[in-house]
Design a binder for this molecule. Sequence first.
Ligand SMILES: C[S@@+](CC[C@H](N)C(=O)[O-])C[C@H]1O[C@@H](n2cnc3c(N)ncnc32)[C@H](O)[C@@H]1O
Length: 419
Amino acid sequence: MGERRVDQWEKRLGLRVPPGPYRAVLATELARVGADADNDSELDDATLAAITGAVVSGHTYFFRDADQLGAVVELLGRCTERPRLWCAGCSTGEEPYSVAILAAEAGLEVDLVATDINPEAVAWARAGRYPASALRHVPPELLARYFRSNPSGYLIDAGLRERVQFEVHDLFSGVPPAGGLAWDVILCRNVLIYYQPSKGVAWAASVRGWLKRDGGLVLGASDHLAATLGTAHQVRGWPVYRAAPAGAGVPDGPVRPDLYRRALDEIDAGDPAAAENTLATHLARRSGDVVAWLSLGNLHLSRHDFVGAERCYREALALAPTLAEAHFWRGVLRRKQGDQDDALRALRAARFLAPEFWPAAALLGSLWNRRGDRARGRAEHERALALLEGNTENPFQARVRGLPGLQMSADELRALARA
Ligand SMILES: C[S@@+](CC[C@H](N)C(=O)[O-])C[C@H]1O[C@@H](n2cnc3c(N)ncnc32)[C@H](O)[C@@H]1O
């Protein structure tokens, strides 16, 4: 495969692969899967993940930048409820186990979910077997407390192993990991350096909506995103990026695959039938794209195909049960079908999951009004208005063309809130 093709694929995957052995691996992998950047073919998720897993180094070890891990545990210790940490790009598990050890030492119970795109790395992490070289920075007393030596190296203590839940997950998938949303800390170190800066910045900005209001995003010392991500507060001198100030708790920036973008263009061009076809093709390859399911559901909804819409929203909710926008659209569907009780339940779920998501409050207000409860209706409209005025961004991820009346303007809301 020629250098030009490799360059094109590097860009397409959003990767940054320096000249040297990993670039050669990229060329070999691309040739293996028959990738051709000149045609518009899309490779399926598993193939793309395998390529990424092969060209991104999995280098890691216990207590890497231990001072920063100490700062993370300090952050977790400030939580008022049982803290939740997502370790994204955990490789073979040394990093999340190090956090688990430090947390145990501090007497902290933590919900810890660790993910990586590389299934082999995750299998290693689950097994918890390590060579002595991976443990070279573990203080002797912790080594004695949390590891058992055996002829081939060390086995992590079973109790500690149970404290970390591992999962194969692509952090750019747009779908949160098994633990859902509302993290106290998202830890992602030495992963984004392998991606083009714009992709890393978009990801970091988008997952800040997955943090609790007081939560923080912690990146690696070499992930130079500080300038673009805005102000961070510091813990022990380590920057911690705050949760997004407002929003629906859903991502708004991951690089979208080509077919999804084409479907959005077709929606914009007023050709919903073509968009439906394109989205269906896209989802046959990327069945985990929750936002595409919502977009397809909305297209069905706009032509009153309630059964089709229901199926799509159900798929989205199965993938991301804590995604406020998925509950919201299900509520919209139920309202259109005349099932006010269920619509109310779905919208309240959306409002609970993402209190800043003003469309849920706006629609809830209208629903209460329709049920004759004017006081609750006004309260919800006032709440939606305050949120909208504080945050002028449209918080929808899925395209809402063809569903007029949902993108309420501030003026309309104001009138409702004062009615
Ligand atoms: C250098 S290791 C970092 C391990 C650990 N975070 C540390 O700092 O020691 C990078 C890891 O990121 C993973 N990775 C790369 N792209 C990813 C993606 N899109 N989603 C999830 N993990 C990814 C790789 O498989 C690899 O295991």
